[in-house]
Design a protein around this ligand. Structure first.
Ligand code: C2E
Ligand code: MG
Ligand code: MG
Ligand code: MG
Length: 284
């Protein structure tokens, strides 16, 4: 492309953009059929303990295998799914598939101790959500204690009382609850008193430059001690290097997720990863 004039490049760029916006318009139509056409799949990323090897859980992360566009990441279709309401059937599928897969691993004696599933705000606020969780647990035989639901601070931006009551209902079912992307939302610390949560997941933006940025380091140290003092577990997301892991460990954070350990893997690859790693006895 070095030979092209700036003008040529602009034309190419703008026709790509036109192409791209057509693709985006088609995307919603395509997404409507994605569940039925079985184009969605879950990849799994291990959550490990302080030794960097012991798998204490995993997170299910959705991908869309689009017939023309290839593998589409959630950042490119979850917002669209939220806006259009398609997150409801997609979220239902995700929860069922994660539990089905977990039970399959379990039958083979290789399941991680727990599986975390992301729940978006619209899904959480849907009147069917609690029934859906109950139905999936019953339908798959999944032990509730092995299911962890990741919500974000944004669930607090709506009806707080309703949110707390829904979370209490989930806790009563036996599932565990994590706050995802902790530290990036708008809510006050006050909810940490009222939310029946188990785990804070430190957002990866704080982890990224932690060895060089003293403010990030201070924020992480503070989140860890906040979590410990309140009796929550704390997990660091987006750990990409040995140095980041060492920093976290020396700051009392001993649960990690990130490319340093493993990228999210398709189910088959994840089961190979599990076989090759130390695993604590499964919870029952
Ligand atoms: P999240 O729940 O905070 O998930 C962590 C994201 O960070 C994942 O991106 C994961 O692949 C990525 N990640 C993990 N380790 C590293 C690392 O070391 N470095 C970097 N740079 N990134 C890392 P992914 O899979 O693209 O998902 C993005 C977001 O999409 C998720 O953020 C979550 O908010 C949403 N999402 C994913 N799956 C689902 C789902 O099934 N339902 C809903 N509602 N949202 C989902
Ligand atoms: Mg998550
Ligand atoms: Mg996160
Ligand atoms: Mg996120």
């Amino acid at each position: 492309h070095a030979k092209h004039s700036g003008n040529d490049r602009y034309l190419t760029f703008s026709s790509d953009m036109a192409q791209r916006s057509v693709e985006l318009m088609n995307l919603e139509t395509d997404l409507r059929h994605a569940v039925n056409r079985e184009e969605l799949e879950l990849h799994y990323q291990p959550k490990v303990g302080g030794d960097g090897r012991t798998v204490v859980g995993c997170e299910a992360l959705i991908r869309w295998r689009h017939p023309r566009l290839g593998l589409v990441s959630p950042g490119d279709f979850i917002p669209l799914a939220e806006e259009s309401g398609l997150i409801i059937p997609i979220g239902r599928w995700t929860l069922a598939e994660a539990c089905r897969q977990f039970m399959e691993w379990r039958r083979h004696g290789i399941s991680p101790p727990s599986i975390s599933v992301n729940v978006s705000v619209r899904q959480f606020n849907d009147s069917q959500f609690l029934d859906n969780v109950r139905d999936v647990l019953d339908g798959t035989g999944m032990p509730a204690g092995c299911l962890d639901l990741e919500i974000t601070e944004s669930v607090m931006m709506g009806d707080v009382e309703r949110a707390v009551s829904a979370l209490n209902t989930l806790k009563a079912m036996g599932v565990t609850l994590s706050i995802d992307d902790f530290g990036t939302g708008y809510s006050s610390l006050n909810y940490l008193k009222t939310f029946p949560i188990d785990t804070l997941k430190i957002d990866q933006t704080f982890v990224r430059d932690v060895e060089h940025d003293t403010k990030d380091a201070a924020i992480i140290a503070t989140i860890v001690s906040l979590a410990k003092n309140l009796g929550f577990q704390v997990v660091a997301e987006g750990v990409e290097s040995r140095e980041q892991m060492d920093f976290l460990r020396s700051n009392d954070c001993s649960l990690f997720q990130g490319f340093w350990v493993s990228r999210p893997l398709p189910a088959t690859d994840f089961s190979i990863f599990l076989k090759n790693s130390a695993a604590p006895a499964p919870k029952s």
